[in-house]
Design a protein around this ligand. Structure first.
Ligand code: SAM
Length: 496
């Protein structure tokens, strides 16, 4: 192997670790070009450049952002794959709308959305299928690792190539020429459709999700098409597991054709076959898995639920090993209601949860009733009501780290970033062993590109998690067992 071959091999390995991309042989010319150009830009020789890529510095982070622009292919267009789009329009979205008609909430994620044509196509379909769309709370998120693609997606302005498969009726209804002219070469999405989609940068391979903080959880539908093709089967399996946990029970995963072919499916993901496409659906109840590695643990630790009533700071971690409900039976059905609330929350039935708690007499409500109500409201998009409930819980237990953390999640949803960080720090001041606050802070630092702080904060969380039972669960990360969550974080730290 020549020295150049060795460097190219190292480069391929580094890229695979960091963003999961397999660079095939036909990309040799691109790699050679990048290994000449990028080190020159940084005034480094190739070996030092490769060391830079593996370091954990701010410069390395900047370099990755640049490199990702060159390495990722953002080919996309509106209504790509007519068969799947018809399936969405005629079967899957109407089915979903019917299922959610009482709560009137829809949560959809286009993962690896490139320049945004995919989530905007879904937005247009929803606009057509929901005549009373404004009475619904719709969360439609597009994510990608390529920031340039996301910038274009946010602008919502496209050239003719993006419209190659779009019916004229959509063009006339949802686009205006830009600039206004008879022979315009660009068309801009109308504001109401553009505003339906929120875009965010996310590395599917290493970022942590489900994430309540970033609203990537309890999804009714995840569309991730033409992304897996660049990944190894072990990366795909890992991603399929993360996606499954990010779906609400009954939620749907749509990939490109045959992109999961040959990959062991997570036990909770059922295959549904249609003429146009195969899709996947998370079971309403956990399955008895066929593959041991994906089997739910034999003894299921109850989800760590509402925070215990504990006002004094301490370093005890036992809370995470304990059953969810730490309340004493009240003899008035209060505990039952909390158990039911927790059950409804875990199955994503927020509307029923809210109704249940509304019917419960206000005089008898504890901080934990308000806690569940706040989380259900937050996840249904009613952030003002969630904040009111969060404050009520905190007023009852002002020294509670969990209730501060609850409010921090709500502040984050309201884009109040300073208040979010302040409140999380307060939570940790009150209880320096409260893992969910560390995890939320670490996620925020990571998002801001503050690599060092994020790493330190994740490491603190890992140290505390090491003291917990493998099957324990942590608030806001209830889809994972502690051991699985640790593995995800360790992988993230190893590659960022
Ligand atoms: C071919 S595009 C697919 C766009 C759209 N889903 C479609 O089917 O038209 C693939 C996208 O996956 C993104 N991608 C590749 N690796 C990724 C990763 N590790 N995390 C997030 N996005 C990634 C690329 O940036 C690119 O925009």
């Amino acid at each position: 192997m020549s020295p150049t071959d060795v460097l190219m091999r190292q480069f391929r390995d580094i890229v695979l670790d960091r963003i999961g991309l397999v660079l095939p042989a036909y990309e040799d010319a691109l790699i050679e070009h990048l290994l000449q150009e990028r080190p020159q830009q940084r005034q480094l020789d190739t070996a030092s450049y490769l060391s830079l890529l593996q370091s954990r510095t701010v410069v390395a982070e900047e370099e990755w952002r640049q490199l990702i622009l060159d390495l990722t292919t953002g080919e996309s267009y509106f209504f790509r794959d007519g068969g799947q789009m018809t399936l969405l329009r005629e079967v899957l979205l109407p089915e979903l709308i019917q299922r959610k008609k009482d709560s009137k909430t829809l949560r959809i994620w286009s993962a690896g959305c490139s320049t945004g044509e995919e989530p905007y196509s879904i937005a247009m379909l929803l606009d057509q299928l929901l005549p009373d769309r404004h009475g619904w709370h719709i969360v439609l998120i597009g994510s990608d690792i390529n920031e340039q693609a996301l910038e274009k997606a946010r602008r919502g302005c496209y050239g003719a190539w993006s419209f190659r498969r779009m019916e004229r009726v959509f063009m006339e209804r949802y686009f205006v020429p830009d600039p206004p002219a008879e022979h315009a070469v660009h068309w801009r999405l109308t504001e109401p459709i553009r505003q339906m989609v929120t875009f965010r940068r996310l590395n599917l391979v290493h970022d942590l999700f489900p994430s309540e903080l970033h609203d990537l959880h309890a999804m009714d539908m995840i569309v991730c098409r033409n992304v897996f093709i660049y990944f190894t089967s072990s990366t795909i399996l890992n991603l399929a597991e993360k996606f499954t946990k990010t779906l609400s029970p009954g939620g749907i995963l749509i990939t490109g054709h045959a992109e999961m072919h040959g990959v062991v499916r997570p036990a909770e993901l059922a295959l549904r076959l249609f003429t146009a496409s195969a899709i996947y659906q998370r079971l309403e109840r956990p399955a008895v898995a066929t593959t041991p590695s994906h089997q739910p643990p034999a003894t299921v630790t109850p989800v760590v639920g509402p925070p215990p009533s504990r006002a004094t700071p301490s370093r005890a971690n036992n809370r995470h090993r304990q059953p969810a409900l730490t309340v004493q039976p009240s003899g008035d059905g209060g505990t039952d209601v909390l158990a039911q609330a927790q059950q409804l929350f875990t199955t994503g039935r927020y509307q029923e949860l809210i109704q249940l708690l509304e019917q419960y007499p206000a005089k008898k409500k504890s901080a934990q009733h308000y806690y569940w109500s706040a989380r259900a409201h937050a996840n249904s998009g009613h952030l003002a009501q969630a904040e009111r409930d969060g404050h009520r819980a905190l007023a009852m237990e002002p020294l509670s780290a969990p209730y501060h953390t609850l409010l921090a999640h709500i502040f984050h949803g309201q884009s109040r970033s300073v208040k979010t960080v302040e409140t999380l720090k307060k939570a940790l001041y009150l209880d320096g062993s409260y893992i969910p606050a560390y995890l939320a802070l670490a996620e925020l630092y990571r998002n801001e590109g503050d690599v060092q702080r994020s790493r330190r904060t994740y490491s603190s969380a890992l140290e505390l998690m090491a003291q917990l039972a493998d099957t324990a669960q942590i608030e806001y990360h209830e889809e994972w067992r502690v051991r699985e969550l640790q593995q995800q974080i360790e992988q993230l730290l190893a590659n960022s």
